[in-house]
Design a protein around this ligand. Structure first.
Ligand SMILES: Cc1cc2nc3c(=O)[nH]c(=O)nc-3n(C[C@H](O)[C@H](O)[C@H](O)COP(=O)(O)OP(=O)(O)OC[C@H]3O[C@@H](n4cnc5c(N)ncnc54)[C@H](O)[C@@H]3O)c2cc1C
Length: 443
């Protein structure tokens, strides 16, 4: 295939959203078609350069760092195909999640579950195991029923229940290690509405009842501000699309989501950094001022929010029943070390799935995430919390900061070897490798 030389443009510095990882790609490619993706891969191989598709750069790890050729799939976005009967849609891999509701709504469809934000690309989000919350709902990758991948030899591989089905458990959540996804097919659900209830509740009360609370609601999660004995619970109940909406008024929306959740929070994080002793009082105030509201809105408006305060995050997936003990251990750790932590812990749940590298593979899961304001040093806190979470058989989120390597991870995943075998088959020369993948999968 003839390769347009203009497909490879000189690289420029790349950094991720959390400002913790950077890369200096030699070339940047912005292919406008699947053929151009193939051409980029083949040309990179001729040049002996590794290739990496990059989404929105919202992973906190260096999983998307591209030292050779950075492939930006922004032009491969949008809705390619709708199967109204099965409720399935095929989206370009570079489609951002915020584009999806408008693409699906005319067909009466929505994504079954989402995470906290919608800035990611669909391929980036699914490739790292992005998830939301809900005891019986699985992560985003489990909502995929088919993917199309450009592999290291330039082949275009369709993976679905009817084609190369043996690759489905690997290719839907492939860490970007198996090739470049050019499209994904999502199993959708009919559009729906969520009734949201957000309340401050007692730390011990919620931890004592964590499993029943998850079981009793469609989507339960909570935030705990360290140094307080209050958690903010969020309970979302699914309702049919024609349920009456009671949206937040624009003023309430601005007050809670723009002023409190972002503007004031930025100021409190900055204050907490310069005057750490003020953090406990600030956290007590924050947990009083936020999180007491009730509203009903279309699903995507409830699931996702805007995050304008920059932070770093580590998140581990635990057997769900271990969550209360693990949160208490982290609380004790913070107290014992005398740390002042301004950012809340976030605790969520997801159903078991069968994707080989899913953090919820084979077990009903609870997630514990810790965060630090980006201008603070996260290392000591994250390392100590990580030790606790590992002791509960935790698995790190692939897109969030952690220190595990292939040897340790192989013990956490019963199909780790199967995934590596698929990688050896599809990318024997490690065209899609980078230092992060060398660490977590082996070179
Ligand atoms: C503010 C914030 C909130 C977040 N909230 C959540 C949350 O609620 N739940 C959760 O689970 N995670 C959450 N995350 C993590 C985030 O969802 C993941 O890190 C996700 O991977 C980011 O998607 P991206 O498009 O930015 O991908 P990138 O970070 O750019 O890339 C991630 C991986 O996907 C690969 N990739 C991208 N495109 C392709 C492609 N076309 N083909 C093959 N591989 C590809 C990359 O090579 C890389 O390996 C959050 C992150 C931030 C910064």
């Amino acid at each position: 295939m003839a390769v347009s030389e203009t497909l490879l443009n000189p690289g420029r510095r790349w950094q991720n959203w959390g400002r913790v990882e950077t890369a200096e790609p030699i070339y940047i490619a912005k292919p406008g078609s699947v053929d151009e993706v193939v051409a980029v891969v083949l040309r990179a191989r001729e040049l002996g350069l590794p290739v990496k598709a990059v989404g929105a750069g919202h992973s906190f790890t260096a999983i998307a760092a591209a030292p050779g050729v950075l492939v930006d799939l922004a032009a491969l976005d949008g809705l390619h195909h709708v199967d109204s009967q099965l409720g399935r849609v095929t989206l370009g891999a570079g489609t951002n999640l915020y584009q999806v509701p408008a693409l699906l709504a005319p067909h009466g469809l929505a994504m079954e579950n989402l995470g906290d934000i919608d800035q990611q690309t669909i391929a980036g989000a699914t490739s790292t195991g992005t998830h939301g919350t809900g005891g019986t709902f699985r992560g985003l990758a489990a909502q995929l029923v088919a993917v199309t991948v450009v592999t290291a030899d330039g082949s275009i591989l369709h993976v679905s229940e009817s084609e190369n089905a043996e690759l489905l458990p690997a290719a839907r959540l492939g860490l970007g290690a198996l090739g470049i996804l050019v499209d994904v097919t999502v199993q959708c659900v009919p559009t729906f509405v969520l009734h949201a209830v957000e309340r401050p509740e007692s730390f011990n009360g919620v931890l004592d009842n964590f499993l029943p609370l998850v079981a009793a609601s469609d989507h339960f999660e909570f935030y705990w501000f360290p140094h307080t004995d209050t958690v903010l619970t969020k309970t979302n109940t699914r309702l049919p699309a024609d349920a009456t909406l009671h949206k937040l008024s624009p003023l309430a929306h601005w007050f809670d989501d723009t002023l409190m959740a972002n503007g004031l929070f930025r100021a409190t994080c900055a204050t907490g950094k310069s005057i750490p002793a003020a953090v406990p009082s600030i956290n007590r105030l924050a947990s009083k001022l936020t999180g007491d509201r009730e509203f009903t809105d279309i699903s995507t408006s409830v699931f996702t929010t805007k995050r304008t305060v920059r932070f770093r995050e580590m998140e581990y997936a635990l057997p769900r029943e271990a969550v209360p003990d693990a949160v208490r251990s982290i609380s004790k750790l913070i107290r014992d070390r005398g740390w002042r932590i301004s950012f809340p812990l976030e605790v969520r749940a997801a159903a078991a799935d069968d994707l080989w590298l899913s953090t919820a593979n084979g077990r009903d899961t609870g997630y514990i995430a810790v965060h630090r304001y980006w201008r603070e040093n996260h290392l000591e806190y994250f390392h100590a919390v990580e030790e606790i979470l590992r002791s509960y058989d935790g698995r790190p989120h692939w897109g969030k900061i952690h220190t595990q390597n292939a040897q340790a991870l192989a013990e956490s995943y019963s199909h780790f070897g199967d995934f590596l075998a698929v990688r050896d088959r599809l990318d024997p020369e490690r065209v899609f490798a980078n230092p992060y993948l060398d660490r977590v999968l082996g070179a």
